[in-house]
Design a protein around this ligand. Sequence first.
Ligand code: HAM
Length: 419
Amino acid sequence: MLTKAPRGTKDLFGDEINEWVEMEKIIRNLCSDFGYGEIRTPIFEHTELFQRGVGETTDIVQKEMYSFQDKKGRNITLKPEGTAGAARAYLEHKMYANPQPTKLYYITPAFRYEKPQAGRMRQFHQFGIELFGAESATADVEVITVAAELLKRMGISKVKLHINSLGGPECRKKYNQKLKEYLGKNLDNLCETCKERFEKNPLRILDCKKESCGDIVANAPTVLDTLGDECRDHFEMVKTLLDEMGIEYVVDPGIVRGLDYYTRTVFEFISTDIGAQGTICGGGRYNNLVEELGGPSTPAVGFAVGLERLLLVREAEKGKKEYAPSKDIFIGYIGEKALVKAHGLVYKLRQKGIKAESDHLKKSVKAQMKYGDKIGAKYSMILGENEINTGKAMIKNMETREQIEVDLSNIVEIIGDLI
Ligand code: HAM
């Protein structure tokens, strides 16, 4: 047990961490290009934030949260997603007093107690953006373009954008009634959780993962049929703008999202490549969350991408990325005096930004050279008594095996020029 990470978690290192660092660099550049500033909120928040924000009747709150009491008896939860924390911070720091919109992004671990499988973890990572303080469809579409551009920059193409509208509170009231009329006829066949949801929040029944409920849900009426004029116009504008930007989409009334805060536009990017956990990005508009948390009425829209899934999709499409080790130079040595010189030189080279390595294990010269090869050194140099006495040494190009004689008195500059 002590030698195994907890179920649903994963260590990231080696080639994999290189992929993560590269992906995070792409994300940070992307956010800078689209004008989003980073926010880092705590890993844990008051449990009530998620109960109120994500919704009491969602799977996340009912079944998946890592919640505990701290030593003072406060109810604390490890964040299952990033939106509620970002909204809380927006409110706490009165960001609504700044010129709007406020455009934030985050890269964060998130925690959900789900059954682990490929692409589904208990600790996973999200990149998300939240745009607060703008009601217009242009904001919805800007947010969608960020996700679309991320996929492009990651070299992913086998992904489809699905969009839907859940309407505003009025349309939802009408829809809930219609849905209840339909579901009421099948109430006995729903699972126990959904029977409870029937009264409190029938929309949640639409994303139940149980097969028995799925069959009933398949023929349920859709929200799109009950949209009022304003919500319909908003959705039409979203589609017009997506067309203008050349972003392909399908209108999919089945997209209802698993969190309660959504109003109007919702969307998911779904991979056609990685099977069951194909939803790599989900988001939408949430015009009431900030107010529900006690703030001023603030329209908002955002999304989150599951980073594990994003990499899975890229791997399915482009294969696993391999990172060959690479160093600029390996400085070997023979004897104690040369050991001191070699390590001193390595330090000076590193200070100049040159990737230099030496040997820490007092290996034989032959073993040192092998090691230099293994770590991908482009050049190597061996220092011994003779080199130190004459002030001259040989630098070897490890690929061509060519050697050149160099002067040790200005060796840092010589190596710098070479590299
Ligand atoms: P979500 O759909 O619950 O939305 O999660 C967003 C993405 O996180 C999913 O599409 C998926 O890629 C990834 N994800 C979720 N659960 C897991 C898991 N157990 N293992 C691996 N990946 C997972 C949200 O979280 C909203 N906060 C998105 C949002 C932001 N809406 C507005 N702003």
